[in-house]
Design a protein around this ligand. Structure first.
Ligand code: PHE
Length: 348
């Protein structure tokens, strides 16, 4: 019996050496489990003579306790070895410099939109948005723009078919707002617009507008002029010099363009530092840069969409947000807005 116990002891010692956690568990089950060998010895003790039972019982109990502690130790050791292995395999070199993630920021055009919206919200305007894909009706017909108007030509506007197009301005939202809402109306409409323009210093085929529409009783041209100056002051500072130049839009009467002193030549109309006195290509040597159009809403537009022009009047404007941004930061090439050049964008 004692010999058997010594054998088991050797066997356990050998089996636990460098054993995996699975092998250790197998030893535990094989020795101390319900049908384990040590368990069997303990069960068999009852058949021995009292004298022999005492000696064998003590030895078997000792072996059981010893085996249990060996197994516990082996398990702990195997866990630590596994962890140590994982630590070397998965280690990272903490002395390497980290990868920098650039902080994002708002595009300059988005920033200018934000500034404009802040002003109009403070004046009690609502902000609404409209579809890029418009009906020819809302983009032209309801805005009093006849078939013969050049902007309706295929060479100026992106058509899908005879009824749908990519809006070429945000003004169709004037119509959509009037169709839905009774005066008093005070809204601004930010959004992209699309034209078949060749890219140059002042044109890109996609650009950004902010339409404004105010309709109420007794609204007049002086209100329009006041708001135009408020916008210019808010964006360019109180010293900003603007002018209203008579113009024409089919949906406003009278109409005007709002110009600001040229931000490249400062109104001097020839490029600074240029020996040859080249004409200024941003203001085309006029000293003024056109920023946006405006005017009093044409009575026909009100009538078409169900408002009595005898009772109500209003003004509208369509801010060119790209041009305002260019004028604000002195940017002479609008392509920069679309190229996603981080070096350019990081400056704002
Ligand atoms: N929709 C005109 C344009 O895109 C601008 C404008 C808006 C003019 C509202 C007058 C009133 O050029």
């Amino acid at each position: 019996m004692l010999e058997k116990l010594t054998q088991l002891r050797h066997h356990i010692e050998q089996s636990l050496r460098d054993a995996t956690p699975e092998a250790i568990e197998a030893v535990r089950v094989g020795m101390l489990g319900k049908k384990g060998e040590i368990t069997a010895v303990l069960k068999g003790l009852g058949q021995l003579e009292p004298q022999a039972r005492k000696i064998a019982g003590q030895a078997a109990n000792e072996l059981r306790d010893w085996a249990q502690s060996q197994i516990d130790q082996a398990k702990a050791g195997a866990g630590a070895a596994k962890q140590a292995q994982a630590l070397t395999e998965e280690s990272i070199d903490i002395t390497l410099p980290g990868r920098r993630r650039g902080m994002g920021r708002l595009h300059p055009i988005t920033q200018v939109y934000g500034k404009l919206e802040e002003l109009f919200l403070s004046l009690g305007f609502d902000i609404v948005e409209g579809p890029h894909i418009e009906t020819v009706y809302h983009n032209f017909d309801a805005l009093n723009t006849p078939e013969s108007h050049p902007s309706r030509d295929e060479s100026d506007t992106f058509y899908f078919d005879e009824n749908y197009l990519l809006r070429c301005h945000t003004s169709p939202m004037q119509v959509r707002v009037i169709e839905k809402q009774k005066p008093p109306i005070r809204v601004v409409v930010p959004g992209k617009v699309f034209r078949r323009d060749e890219v140059d210093a002042t044109h890109t085929p996609v650009f950004h507008q902010l339409e404004g529409l105010v309709i109420d009783k007794g609204v007049h041209m002086g209100d329009l002029r006041g708001i135009m100056e408020l916008i210019a002051g808010h964006i360019f500072g109180p010293g900003a010099k603007i002018r209203l130049r008579p113009s024409f839009f089919p949906f406003t009467e009278p109409s005007a363009e709002v110009d600001i002193t040229c931000y490249v030549c400062d109104g001097k109309a020839s490029r600074p530092g240029s020996e040859a006195n080249d004409p200024c290509r941003v203001c085309k040597d006029s000293g003024w840069v056109e920023l946006w159009g405006c005017g009093m809403v044409h009575p026909q537009v009100l009538r078409t969409s169900g408002i009595d022009p005898g009772e109500y009047s209003g003004y509208a404007f369509g801010l060119g947000v790209d041009r305002i941004t260019s004028a604000l930061y002195g940017i002479t090439d609008p392509r920069l807005y679309f190229e996603n050049d981080v070096q350019f964008l990081r400056q704002f």
